[in-house]
Design a protein around this ligand. Structure first.
Ligand code: B1M
Length: 213
C-alpha cells in the first residue's frame, strides 16, 4: 500500500523517494489529508517513539524530518485547498542568552508532524518576543528551550512577562531542555515540562485540543 511505503521511506530518511511517492499518491486520487495522516505523520510518529526509546538517534530524526518536510511541501497547497486547518499554533524558541538549537529544532519538527503550525523564533529569544508573538499571532502555546543552567532562569521571566501582558490565561507555557525538570516547571508556574521532542509534541497537541483550537 502506497501510504505505508511513504511511512517506511520517511522512517528511512529517503526524502526523494518520499517526494515521488507523495506525488504518485496524489495522482492516484488519494486525499491530501489521508496522505499526510496515514503516510507522513504515521512515519514521523514511529520515528518519534523510537527516538523516545533510544532506538534511533539525532541524525536519523533529522533525515526523517527532512523527508517529512519535502513530502509536506508538496501537500501544502492541496491541504489549504481542502480546508484542512492546523490543529493549533505554537511559537517556539531557545531562550535569551542560549544558542543551542538542535533540540529546539527537533521539538519544532515533531510538533509540525502532529499538524501544529509552529512559528520558529530561533535562538536567544527574549521573554518579550515570546509574549508579543503569542499575543499578535494568537498562539495557544509558548514553547521555550534552554540547554544552559545559566539561561533556564529566563523561562521564569517568560511566565512573568505573559502575566504582565495579560495573556497568561490564554496561553500554555511549555518548557524543556537538558537542565530543565518537572520540579522547576512547577516552581516557576509554567504549564508543562516534557523531557523529549516526541512527548513535547504530544503534550502540545493535547493542550491545543483542550483549548478548542
Ligand atoms: Co554547549 N553546552 N555550550 N554547545 N553543548 C552543553 C549544553 C553542555 C552540557 C556541555 C558540557 O559542558 N557538558 C554545557 C552546559 C553546562 C550547563 O549549563 N550545565 C554547554 C556549554 C557550557 C556551552 C558553552 C557555554 C561553551 C563555551 O562557550 N564555553 C557555549 C554556550 C553558547 C550559548 O548558548 N550562549 C556552548 C556552545 C555550544 C555549541 C555552539 C558549540 C553547540 C551548539 C550548536 C547548536 O545547538 N546549534 C553546543 C553543543 C552541541 C552542546 C552539546 C554537546 C550537545 C547539545 C545538543 O544539541 N544535544 C551539550 C552537551 C550534551 O548535551 N551532551 C552542550 C542534542 C539535543 C537533541 O538534545 O538539546 O537536550 P537537547 O534536546 C532534547 C531534550 O532536551 C528536549 O528534546 C530534545 C530531543 O529529545 N528538549 C525539549 C529540548 N528543548 C525542549 C523544549 C521542550 C521540550 C523538550 O518544550 C518546549
Amino acid at each position: 500500500m502506497i501510504l505505508e511505503d511513504i511511512s517506511l521511506k520517511l522512517q528511512a530518511g529517503r526524502a526523494k523517494d518520499v517526494k515521488a511517492l507523495v506525488q504518485q499518491a496524489i495522482d492516484e486520487g488519494i486525499p491530501a489529508e489521508q496522505i499526510l495522516d496515514e503516510g507522513l505523520v504515521a512515519g514521523m510518529n514511529v520515528i518519534g517513539e523510537k527516538f523516545k526509546n533510544n532506538e534511533v538517534f539525532v541524525p536519523e530524526v533529522l533525515v526523517a524530518a527532512r523527508a517529512m518536510n519535502m513530502g509536506a511541501q508538496i501537500l501544502k497547497p492541496l491541504l489549504v485547498a481542502e480546508g484542512v486547518k492546523a490543529s493549533g499554533k505554537v511559537c517556539i524558541g531557545t531562550v535569551q542568552g542560549d544558542l543551542h538549537d538542535i533540540g529546539k529544532n527537533l521539538v519544532k519538527m515533531m510538533m509540525e508532524g502532529k499538524g501544529l503550525e509552529v512559528i520558529d523564533l530561533g535562538t536567544d529569544v527574549s521573554p518579550d518576543t515570546f509574549v508579543e508573538t503569542a499575543k499578535n499571532e494568537g498562539c495557544q502555546i509558548i514553547a521555550c528551550s534552554a540547554l544552559l543552567t545559566t539561561t533556564m532562569g529566563v523561562m521564569a521571566d517568560v511566565v512573568k512577562a505573559a502575566e504582565a501582558a495579560g495573556i497568561r490565561d490564554k496561553v500554555k507555557i511549555m518548557i524543556g531542555g537538558a537542565p530543565v525538570t518537572d520540579e522547576y516547571c512547577q516552581k516557576i508556574g509554567a504549564d508543562a515540562y516534557t523531557p523529549d521532542a516526541a512527548s513535547a509534541a504530544d503534550k502540545a497537541l493535547e493542550f491545543c485540543k483542550a483549548m478548542g483550537a
